[in-house]
Design a protein around this ligand. Structure first.
Ligand code: HEC
Length: 189
C-alpha cells in the first residue's frame, strides 16, 4: 500500500516535470536578436535611400521616399517573419505612427533617461501572447533636420509640401540628439 502511494506520487511528480519542460517557453534572447536584425535592415534600407535622395534631388523632392518606402519595408519584413513592425513617435507626422498606451510609456521613460544623461536601452515585454520590443530612434544625422528641424532648418518649399501632405504634422522642431521615436515590433508567440 505504502509503496503504491509512493509510486503514484512519483508518477505525478515525473509527469509534472515532463509537462513543465514541454510547456512553451519564450526565448527572449532569440526574439531580441531577431528584432535587432529586422530593425537594422529597416533602418539601413530606409535611411540610405532617404539620405541618398536628399543629396541627389533635395529634401523637397524626397518626401515621398519616406512615406512610400517605409510601408513597403514593413510589409516585406512582416511577410518574412511572424511579426508586425512600424515606427512610432509622440510627435508623429503620419497619424499611423501614433503610439498606443504601452509605446507611449516607453517613449516617455526614454525621454526621462535622455534628460538624466542615461544611455537608451532596448525595451521589451510579453503582453497578451505577443513579445513586444521597442528600439529607440535618436535623431543623429544633421540631414534629418531638413524635414524634422526647426525654423531655418526646413526650407520653405519643403515645409509647404509637408504641410500639404500632413496638415496635422507634429514632427518638427527637433534638435540633434533628441528622441525622434522608436521601431515598435510585435512578435506572435
Ligand atoms: C525628405 C524629408 C525627410 C527627411 C530628410 C527625414 N524624414 Fe523622417 N519623415 C518624413 C516624412 C514625410 C515622414 C512621414 C512618413 C509617412 O507618411 O509614413 C517621416 C516620418 C518619420 C518617422 C516616423 C514617425 C512619424 O513622425 O510619422 C521617423 C521616426 C522619422 N521620420 C525619423 C527620421 C530620421 C531619424 C531622419 C534622418 C535619418 C529622417 N526622419 C529624415 C520626412 C523626412
Amino acid at each position: 500500500m505504502k509503496f503504491e502511494y509512493f509510486s503514484t506520487l512519483a508518477r505525478v511528480f515525473f509527469l509534472s516535470l515532463v509537462f513543465l519542460s514541454c510547456a512553451p517557453k519564450v526565448d527572449e534572447n532569440l526574439y531580441l536578436t531577431k528584432t535587432h536584425s529586422v530593425v537594422s535592415v529597416f533602418k539601413n534600407e530606409l535611411q540610405s535611400n532617404l539620405l541618398k535622395a536628399v543629396q541627389e534631388r533635395g529634401a523637397e523632392n524626397s518626401i515621398e521616399v519616406c512615406s512610400e518606402l517605409s510601408p513597403k519595408i514593413e510589409a516585406k519584413i512582416a511577410s518574412e517573419n511572424n511579426l508586425q513592425i512600424r515606427r512610432v513617435s509622440e510627435k508623429f507626422r503620419n497619424p499611423n505612427h501614433e503610439p498606443d498606451a504601452w509605446e507611449k510609456k516607453v517613449l516617455q521613460k526614454w525621454t526621462e533617461d535622455l534628460k538624466n544623461g542615461k544611455k537608451l536601452a532596448v525595451y521589451s515585454e510579453i503582453q497578451n501572447a505577443e513579445y513586444r520590443v521597442m528600439n529607440p530612434i535618436v535623431l543623429e544625422n544633421p540631414n534629418c533636420l531638413q524635414c524634422h528641424g526647426g525654423f531655418g532648418d526646413i526650407k520653405p518649399g519643403t515645409l509647404k509640401k509637408i504641410q500639404d501632405k500632413y496638415p496635422k504634422d507634429k514632427a518638427q522642431d527637433y534638435k540633434l540628439g533628441e528622441l525622434r521615436g522608436a521601431f515598435s515590433s510585435r512578435w506572435k508567440i
